[in-house]
Design a protein around this ligand. Sequence first.
Ligand SMILES: [Zn+2]
Length: 504
Amino acid sequence: MPKFYLTTAIDYSNGDPHLGHALEKVGADCIARYRRLRGDDVHFLMGMDEHSQAVLQAAEQNGLEPKAWVDRMAATFESYWRRLECSNDDWIRTTEPRHHRGTTALLEQIARTNPDDLFVGEYEGLYCFGCEEFKQPSQIVNGHCIEHPTLELVPTKERNHFFRLSRYRDRLLALIRSGEFKVEPAIRRNEIVRLLEDGLQDISVSRNRQAWGIPFPGDPEQTVYVWFDALINYLSATGYPEAGYERLWPADLHVVGKGITRFHCVIWPAMLLSAGVALPREVWAHGYVQWEGTKMSKSAGTAVSLGEAIDRHGPDALRYFLLREVGFEADGNFTWDRFDERYTADLADGLGNLASRSLAMVAKYREGIIPASAAETPLDQAGLEAVGAYAQAMDVLDLRGGAEAAWGLVARANLYIQQVAPWALAKAGKDAELDAALGALGRALYRLAVLSGPFVPGKARVLWQSLGLAPEALERAWVQLAAPPVSGAATNKPEVLFPKPQSV
Ligand SMILES: [Zn+2]
């Protein structure tokens, strides 16, 4: 089994999770579930970024010690990820000893491998506490950070440790251009290439002693810069520097937001090159969930309650809507109206209705047993094509394309029912044709239970069970998609997968 080590960005412990966080987590989870279906040995990491001044300030504002505050925030985030069925195998918090060990070890390894790469200097610039970084003139619009137009930039001057980032420009350009280090989608790769072509400045990697952070190795007056610390989580979660960390490392995929590509596609690989540690294979930078045209973010003051969005139609529906409508590539809009429309059309009237009417006919005409019928129908042809299109899209992280392929089969199957009218076949006593139709519908439902799983895992599980299939059989289901083994399956009366909304 090939291993597949997948990570999401770790989230700041300074406010509740919102839809932007949720898009990233369910997108990565969708990829993790798809890779498991394909037989990969998936290791999926999520976590929390618990240092930084912003976190310390949030703790103070809430009258808590920082440790008590980050414990509370981690519990809140995790409770949302459990509700949304994120299937992460590990959960790292940067306040954990394993992460402190990994961070210290990587800095020491850089100092050993390339002693010139770390040096002491003085930094003067405009600091954004939302980003926790000094901003370059190109990142400032009307005197404010592009990402945080409501925050004041703070003039800051201090003695810091620096990292010789400039040294790595040519190697990074070559690695990205050759695809050895993949940056996707292409629009993000082009941005990073342009940034590299403009040249790199060395960066400050410590702050004057801060009460909340990791002491800089060999200089306790200084604290490791929070971004330097945060990036290392992906490595420290593998057990680095202990022997055996290469069982997981290098990461196969880092999923991050488009606002932090410079950290993940420039600074992080440069740190690893400097230390002589292998680079991650790919970074995928998704877009933002927009609310009435603006980025949804706590510090920008525009956020829709994640709890409310989950409660609206349930966690599966929110997952589906985010990945199908908002999308995992460019920015996309979230509106309640569109959410309700998609829910009704694609889930209640689409997949849900297909499952309930198909199983109802199997119950009514064949006592709940899916008839054995090898007849090749147009629906089987459509099913095979959907599986091919789905795999092609999912392999390149086109999650919307994957959902379109699966739900295209839903529409095709609902149309098939209208066209063959099984009730008319029953009435006319055309048994062989009725068997062929119900068998084809059984195979379509099998395929859909598998293909929809990464998007709507809870409902896919219910559908699977209502086909009379054992939960563990789902692990081997991908290879059965060419000829789903449903002949003779004893189906159960399905619960309504997606109830029609009462009054929304
Ligand atoms: Zn900012």
